[in-house]
Design a protein around this ligand. Sequence first.
Ligand code: IPD
Length: 273
Amino acid sequence: MTDKVDQYYDVALSLVKTCGNLISEHINGCKSFVLKSCDIDLVTEIDKKVEDTLVGGLSKAFPDHKFIGEESVADGTKGELTDSPTWIIDPVDGTMNFVHGFPHSSISVGLTINKEPVVGIIYNPILGQMFTAKKGQGAFLNETQIHVSQVKEFATALVTFEAGTSRDPERFKAVLENYKILVSKGHGVRTLGSAALNMAMVALGGADAYFEFGIHAWDVAAGTVLVREAGGVVIDPAGGPFDILSRRILSASTMELAEEISKNIVQFYPERD
Ligand code: IPD
């Protein structure tokens, strides 16, 4: 199995590197975009080009593999998670950043086998950060091994968090309540505008935790492998196992920190993927 996963990873990595140029060449200046689910959920031509290149290249190399891609799902293709090797792709995670030229956008490519995330690649081509992980083989930034921090207490944790890309009033209430909780109880809050890069920061030890309600599988599939391989945990925000289709995630450097954050935050349950 390891040999096969290594082969899948090598093909994906080379495609991700190629696609990185599409993002870095177009980062400057305001991009044209169209709206998806609401006025803060955007897609650009580059999102579509990157996804087409990745899906095209991977399906040519591995014809029996399945795909769940953000833009294909938005176009109406039903993404289904089965036991088959399944590539879960966000071609530009942080599209809002990309549109504005804020240099935190990434290509996020995860692979699940038997529904379990086994490969994660998160690439911010603008800052030259290539985060990679394979199950059982550690997590890396530009080929140097990375580890989560050892922070165990909420009071000393730097937490990444997002307002998200929907204006659902109930979700917004939870976001605002949680923002108050984070700034009053923790060390600080950061929002990079990319779920994948937030998780990469947890894996790197630059942030101690990240949670969000309303994300999709493509935002967090790669990050899940990365955080776990860096020694951290990924769970449901209310505690218990992480469910990749639940649209809820809490990742942290340690289980102690994850459990403390889980007990303190307001919960929200979006409709499942
Ligand atoms: C979004 C980003 C954002 C997060 C949203 C995601 P997109 O992905 O990761 O940080 O808050 O939940 O949907 O739309 O830029 O690919």
